[in-house]
Ligand binder design. Structure first.
Ligand code: S3P
Length: 431
């Protein structure tokens, strides 16, 4: 039975909160901590299912990993670049696309055999984007549908660096190659059509790898060793996004979210919400563990439609569902273009948002690589569906806060893949 959640209209949202540690950064800290020498301590590690699957993968490869739940701290007793052991079973990444793609890069360079798989969503997502360039480096990877779909079977081998022009901006592709590049002969260089998130590069530098970025190219050299670190993970802007929009679209509201990551390659949503007329303020900006963070405050605002394309799409890719939610209540038209990647996320997020906004009485039209939304003053209550996608589920829940009549979101258990405390934060802000 799919979990259904009834959402009630709220009068206002107010107060202060934190959100879970950044998911992208937590995955990378777990990976680099496992192949560094010494104990890496990760504070505010993302506590959702996705990052837990990454930890599980390393435990299966013999790593000792400690965890203090109360403080969300993870300790990894790293055994160096060559300390992983052949897993004696399939590595199951669950719903996590980042785990499977980054691990494919790392495991291609290990002297053992491994198999990576995941849930039905992960098994339907394209893997050729990492398999093809890794094969050019000498990787031996096989999989379903001409190696485009998981399960992926990897026979580790010795790799050689390549120069790769990626046809898409993708941090997962770039990161898979950088991780393989740590072990490959010579240098590995990746160019992207637009810059994707740079968390891997920043963290590799913190751990002492030889990495440089110049004129759109990222280059890594074979490494002798990485050194364990103390990492403090900022709050996940992709999780904060739901409460930023919630604070803007509910009346008489003021919401303050502490210590949220605002990395330039990820913060498109801040720019977009400001363009829409949103009252957003950033305070206490500081850099910790190589990543910038700030406290973000939003106040109820009258929003207007915007046009979103190009680099702004890449910088807000995971926030586009909730931006569609904001657009549903904005005055005028919002058009998102050049966002074809949304079709191959946890679900087809263009189709999902168009279908579900229509249920709320909003005019929404799909394009092959985007969506057009005409904002409404009022939404009508409906039973709507998450398609098993955490970000769609949370977007629909936020819309339910301002909807006349009853809203039921079907299939909400997926929210725990990135934000297990979502409902508690919502209850707290709603008073
Ligand atoms: C991620 C990269 C992005 C993003 C995903 C997380 C990462 O995917 O959508 O949620 O942590 O590297 P792509 O690399 O497919 O753009």
């Amino acid at each position: 039975m799919k979990e259904k959640t009834k959402i009630k209209k709220v009068r206002r949202l107010s107060g202060e909160t934190r959100v879970p540690g950044d998911k992208s950064i937590s995955h990378r800290a777990a990976i680099l901590g496992s192949i560094a020498e010494g104990t890496t301590r990760i504070k505010s590690f993302a506590d959702g299912d996705d990052c837990n699957q990454t930890l599980k993968a390393f435990r299966l490869m013999g790593m000792r990993i400690g965890r203090r739940r109360e403080s969300s701290t993870v300790e990894i007793y790293g055994r160096g670049l060559h300390g992983l052991r052949e897993p004696d079973g399939i590595i199951d990444v669950g719903n996590s696309g980042t785990s499977i793609r980054l691990l494919t890069g790392l495991l291609s360079a290990q002297p053992f055999f491994s198999v990576l798989s995941g849930d039905s969503s992960v098994r339907s997502r394209p893997m050729k984007r990492v398999v093809e360039p890794l094969r050019k480096m000498g990787a031996q990877i096989g999989g379903r549908e001409q190696s485009n779909k998981a399960p992926l079977a990897i026979q580790g081998s010795s790799l050689t660096g390549i120069n790769y022009d990626s046809p898409i901006p993708s941090a997962q592709v770039k990161s898979a190659l950088l991780l393989a590049g740590l072990y490959a002969q010579g240098h590995t260089e990746i160019r992207e059509p637009l810059p994707s998130r740079d968390h891997t590069e920043r963290m590799l530098e913190v751990f002492g790898a030889r990495i440089e970025a110049e004129k759109g190219a990222t280059r890594i050299s074979r490494t002798e060793g990485l050194k364990a670190q103390e990492i403090d993970v900022p709050g996940d802007l992709s999780s904060a996004a739901f409460f930023l929009v919630a604070g803007l679209i509910t009346k008489d509201s003021e919401v303050n979210i502490k210590g949220v990551g605002i990395n330039q390659t990820r913060n498109g949503i801040i720019e977009i919400l400001k363009q829409m007329g949103g009252d957003l303020r950033l305070d206490n900006v500081q850099e910790i563990s190589g990543e910038p963070r700030a406290d973000i405050t939003v106040r109820s605002s009258k929003l207007r439609g915007v046009k979103i394309d190009g680099e702004l799409v890449v910088r807000s890719i995971d926030e586009l569902p909730i931006i569609c939610g904001a657009a549903a209540l904005a005055e005028g038209e919002t058009i998102i273009q050049g966002a074809g990647e949304l079709r191959v996320k946890e679900t087809d997020r263009i189709r999902a948002m168009a279908n579900e906004l229509i249920r709320f009485g909003v005019k929404a039209e799909e394009y092959p690589e985007g969506i057009r939304i005409i904002g409404m003053q009022r939404l009508k209550g409906s039973t709507c569906f998450s398609y098993g996608d955490h970000r769609i589920a949370m977007t629909l829940a936020i819309l339910g806060l301002v909807t006349e009549g009853k809203t039921i979101v079907v299939d909400t258990s997926c929210i725990k893949s990135s934000f297990p405390g979502f409902w508690e934060v919502l209850d707290k802000l709603a008073g």
